[in-house]
Design a protein around this ligand. Structure first.
Ligand code: C2E
Ligand code: CA
Ligand code: CA
Length: 647
């Protein structure tokens, strides 16, 4: 069955190909109608000259008929446009055939007439030679359609052969035989030309088709079938060239939030299905004439025609709603979120590159601003980018120039009110820009790799400060995943401890969930190696990530820090309280301490304490302070608790 289908498919393809090749060959018949006209004029002129010399009215009539046929043929050639598909190949061929055959036959007849009517030898030679030359020439010219070529040659020759044979003259009989032999000879030549022509046209067609296919593939994303980066670029450039200046478009750049986690936790096949589903929804939502593309990974870019900014806002919010709709994969319901950056043509960029940059920048702001949101490009974003670039340049120098320092924020025992630990938080006092928040420059340090040097410096500094505190007070240092994956990461920490003379059990390293998403040997070794010498690990910002709890059992974590959005965020309520309670319960079962972050009021302190958190951190107790103030806080503690927490 399959073999049959394949055979059919092949036949269909070859039929289609031969139909296209045939069309090209038929089109070749219609090229140069001027040559048709010139041929006809010279032939009619020769005919008229012969008729005048011999005074043969029959020849005049033949000339008139020839003129009518030639005029009809030239008119048809000019009027029918074989390039457009309005006339079928068969019809084009038929029209040509009728004209060509009648023209050839009349021409042959004119040659034969000179023999029958006993014209002078010169005039006979003129007309017979004229007809034969035409027959031979046309057999080569029209070899693209051999039936026509052979038909014309035969029709031109037949009247002359008959005329020659009818005279009984030996010379003319010899001529008739010669012409009879000429026909098969020319037939074979025409067929040979035809074969070569057909093969080369078919080869050219096949390679043109292949080139088309390759180009299509090069512009298509295999996973989703959407355009890829090259496809979008092509579409953008084409549209921008084709549309007029006042036409408007929106470029929407979409980045799926935390898609990497879906891929890493559920596997690439599931990830691919999510991408395909998102692609389908995007196609459904986009207005007609849009290009929907996927830029590798989890980024999609849409280029759509719009009438107003309002419409672009509407499209963006529809896209957002569509993506947020849970994706069903077998029994699972996956929630996908996305950040969107939108730039408009022409106000945010007049060419493809600028428009892309603007949308990219808007997307960046959407992501930095907390993800799962849409941002439209505005001019201040360019200024922010400049600021980022400046930070990037100045960060390396800042370390040497002593502009960075570490502040310490106490982490307090919620039972006793005693400081158990200080979290080291970096501060940058820039001579011109003032105090820069870590949220602003840590991501830049991560992107540029400076975080490794910076992180080592922070740990060394924090260890040195902590060595001066009482022995029951430890120090917590934030570590970026990048820093941990860097070669020699564990060694850097051990060196810092040794140089500061700090007991490893007084150092706590705060890591985030994102570290555990990837099954990385380097991470596991790092944690194992440092745990073995007594260093503790705390899970930071708990509740903001993917919250797959598997790794809590796998890795030796001693603390969980519940993110401050559960304590003092905008959405705090019964639900977040229940979550804190559940986490605290899990902590006590697994022998971990639970820290509540972001405590700003006594009520919050009481709530989290009642929910079962053992430690607290936040402005209620103290902001992050310089090292000498941290020592003062510890000294104060000797006189009484830091803050009254039992209310
Ligand atoms: P984080 O690790 O969650 O640090 C706690 C952040 O919450 C600190 O912001 C702290 O000042 C702030 N905070 C503490 N109590 C309260 C409160 O009651 N209310 C409010 N609204 N905020 C409170 P900070 O110092 O700006 O640091 C921000 C983030 O930057 C940190 O979040 C951490 O992820 C990163 N970071 C800070 N220092 C370092 C560092 O030395 N290394 C690395 N890798 N990252 C750091
Ligand atoms: Ca932290
Ligand atoms: Ca935190």
């Amino acid at each position: 069955m399959r073999a049959f289908c394949a055979q059919r498919l092949r036949r269909d393809r070859s039929d289609k190909l031969s139909a296209r090749v045939r069309r090209v060959l038929v089109k070749s018949l219609y090229t140069q109608p001027s040559s048709l006209a010139i041929g006809a004029v010279t032939t009619v002129a020769a005919g008229c000259a012969a008729a005048w010399v011999e005074q043969l009215p029959e020849l005049y009539i033949a000339c008139a008929v020839l003129t009518v046929i030639a005029t009809a043929r030239v008119t048809a050639a000019l009027g029918l446009s074989p390039d457009s598909n309005s006339t079928s190949t068969n019809m084009l061929e038929l029209i040509y055939e009728v004209g060509a055959f009648s023209y050839a036959f009349v021409l042959g007849l004119m040659g034969a007439m000179t023999i029958w009517l006993g014209a002078s030898a010169e005039v006979t030679v003129l007309m017979v030679a004229n007809a034969l030359c035409y027959g031979v020439g046309v057999a080569a010219r029209n070899a693209g359609r051999p039936s026509i070529a052979i038909g014309q040659l035969t029709l031109v020759c037949i009247p002359i052969i008959f005329a020659c044979l009818s005279t009984g003259s030996v010379a003319l009989i010899a001529l008739a035989i010669t012409i009879m032999l000429l026909i098969p000879a020319m037939m074979s030549i025409a067929l040979n030309i035809f074969k070569t022509l057909r093969e080369s046209i078919a080869a050219a067609e096949t390679s043109a088709q292949l080139a088309d296919k390759m180009q299509h593939l090069a512009r298509t994303d295999v996973v989703t079938g959407l355009a890829n980066r090259a496809g979008l670029n092509h579409a953008m450039v084409e549209t921008m060239m084709a549309v007029d200046d006042d036409s408007r478009r929106a470029l929407v750049w979409i980045d799926l939030d935390r898609f990497k986690e879906v891929n890493d936790l559920l596997g690439h096949p599931v990830g691919d299905r999510v991408l395909s589903e998102v692609a389908k929804r995007l196609k459904d939502v986009c207005p007609e004439g849009s290009t929907v593309s996927r830029f590798g990974g989890d980024e999609f870019v849409l280029f759509c025609p719009i009438e107003s900014r309002k419409q672009a806002e509407l499209i963006a919010s529809e896209i957002h709603a569509e993506i947020m709709r849970p994706v069903r994969i077998e029994a699972d319901r996956l929630e996908v979120r996305a950040s969107l950056g939108v730039a408009l043509l022409p106000e945010d960029g007049k060419d493809a590159d600028t428009l892309m940059q603007s949308a990219d920048l808007a997307l960046y702001h959407a992501k930095v601003g907390g993800r799962a949101q849409t941002r439209f490009f505005d001019k201040t974003m360019t200024r922010d980018l400049v600021r980022r670039r400046e930070i990037e340049d100045e960060l390396r120098a800042a370390l040497q120039r002593d502009e960075l320092s570490i502040f310490y924020q106490p982490i307090v025992d919620l039972e006793t009110g005693k400081i158990r630990c200080f979290e080291a938080l970096i501060r940058w006092f820039h001579p011109e820009k003032g105090e820069l928040r870590p949220d602003e420059f840590i991501p830049v340090a991560e992107e540029t790799g400076v975080i490794v040097t910076l992180g080592n410096w922070i740990t060394a500094q924090a260890a040195r400060t902590a060595a001066k505190w009482p022995e029951d007070v430890s120090v917590a240092v934030n570590l970026s995943p990048l820093q941990i994956r860097a070669p020699g990461a564990a060694l850097g920490i051990r060196n810092a401890l040794r140089e500061a003379g700090l007991d490893p059990s007084r150092l706590e390293l705060e890591v985030t969930e994102s570290l555990f998403i990837e099954d990385n040997h380097a991470t596991a070794n790092f944690i194992q190696e440092l745990s073995a010498i007594g260093v503790k690990f705390a899970l930071d910002d708990f509740g903001t990530g993917y919250s797959s709890l598997g790794y809590i059992n796998t890795f030796p974590l001693s603390k969980i820090k519940v993110d401050r959005s559960f304590v003092s965020g905008a959405h705090v309520g019964r639900k977040s309280e229940a979550i804190i309670r559940a986490v605290a319960e899990m902590g006590s079962t697994l022998g971990m301490e639970i820290v509540a972050e972001g405590l700003e009021t006594i009520e919050q302190v009481q709530t989290v304490r009642e929910a079962g958190c053992t430690l607290g951190q936040g402005f209620y107790f103290s902001r992050a302070v310089p090292d000498y103030l941290a020592s003062m806080l510890l000294a104060q503690e000797r006189d009484g608790d830091l803050r009254q927490i039992t209310g």
